[in-house]
Design a protein around this ligand. Structure first.
Ligand code: SAM
Length: 313
């Protein structure tokens, strides 16, 4: 009896499998130049006010870690969560380039009808938008709170959405190197392509990356700051040098820091003015770790787009 593998019902995966079997190559690579300097802007306003001012199809990657109405912080409260989220999802679809990617952090931990979670966002995208779901990434960590009335939580999810099946994806930039012993074994495995084996393994959609604990050197003071390593993997694989990355729930600006280090342009937005101080701390940490790359901090979106577009022409 044939056993139906449900992962094959994912429409994005089905079309990839079909193209692979027909030997059709997806156009996922882009000719880009590595710029000497990139541009960055941090805007303090409501995300919807910012989104409405951005041109259509102007952004390569939208990377967000939204609030979910969990009453953890003052910014975490909305009366009708999905009605509100639908507004920024629709705007995100409009500003995303045709080969662009959107990633959304979240969990499945709804409290009541007012609260939101990633399941609600996925349901909304599936039934009310043209977004395609490419992957659900499980971010697995070993450090976390203990629990007595349920199994202690050790993962969060990240969904990866695209507008079309011609999305940009640079797997090689995030492959994980084999150990010497495993490389030898993998090179003997006739099912594997030796060129890819030498480049490293696909990191799969389960990522083990520690959460930031209280005394982590990366910490800049934001209560829900994400680790650089996880943001870096997303930025490197889903955007390319000198493209535009948007994070409209920027928090401390972790995405901005990674974009500067990886030579991407970045638009950050947060409605809390404290994000300016957090971001300054990120920049000074960058200097200390000698990762600082030349970048221009813009004051207006007009200057940002003018300077970025000038380099394209
Ligand atoms: C989960 S945190 C993001 C943390 C970030 N990923 C980091 O690494 O620092 C969500 C952020 O969204 C911001 N926020 C909440 N509602 C917002 C809104 N309507 N517009 C813009 N920012 C908002 C909050 O101030 C908070 O800093």
């Amino acid at each position: 009896m044939a056993i139906h593998n449900k992962s094959h019902s994912n429409s994005a995966l089905m079309s990839i499998n079909k193209m692979n079997s027909n030997n059709i190559k997806r156009k996922t690579s882009i000719d880009y130049k590595i710029p000497e300097k990139t541009n960055c802007i941090l805007i303090n306003k409501d995300c919807l006010d910012l989104l409405q001012t951005l041109p259509d199809e102007s952004v390569q990657l939208i990377l967000i870690d939204p609030p979910y109405n969990l009453d953890l912080e003052v910014w975490d409260t909305y009366d009708n969560y999905i009605e509100w989220a639908a507004k920024w999802l629709d705007e995100s679809y409009r500003v995303l380039s045709k080969n662009g990617n959107m990633v959304i952090f979240g969990g499945t931990q709804f409290l009541d009808a007012r609260s939101g979670d990633l399941v609600e966002i996925i349901y909304h995208c599936r039934h009310n938008t043209m977004f395609r779901l490419v992957n659900t990434i499980i971010w697995y960590y070993k450090n976390g709170m203990s629990a007595h009335r349920y199994f202690a939580n050790r993962h969060e999810e990240i969904i990866w959405l695209t507008k079309t099946d011609k999305y940009y994806f640079d797997l090689d930039s995030v492959r994980v190197k084999y150990s010497e012993k495993d490389l030898e074994l993998a090179l003997r495995d006739k099912r594997l392509n030796p060129d890819n084996v030498r480049k490293g393994k696909n990191p799969t959609n389960v990522w083990e990356i520690g959460r930031l604990n209280g005394n982590s050197l990366e910490r800049v003071g934001h209560p829900t700051q994400k680790p650089l390593e996880i943001i870096r993997r997303l930025v490197k694989s889903l955007s390319y040098p000198d493209s535009i990355v948007l994070d409209f729930f920027a928090g401390s600006g972790t995405t901005g820091r990674v974009c500067i280090e990886e030579k991407r342009n970045c638009i950050l937005c947060d409605n809390d003015k404290k994000s300016q101080d957090y971001f300054k701390k990120h920049i000074s940490n960058m200097k200390e770790t000698d990762l600082n790359k030349p970048f221009i901090m813009n004051d207006s979106l007009e200057d940002f787009f003018t300077e970025v577009n000038l380099r394209k022409n």
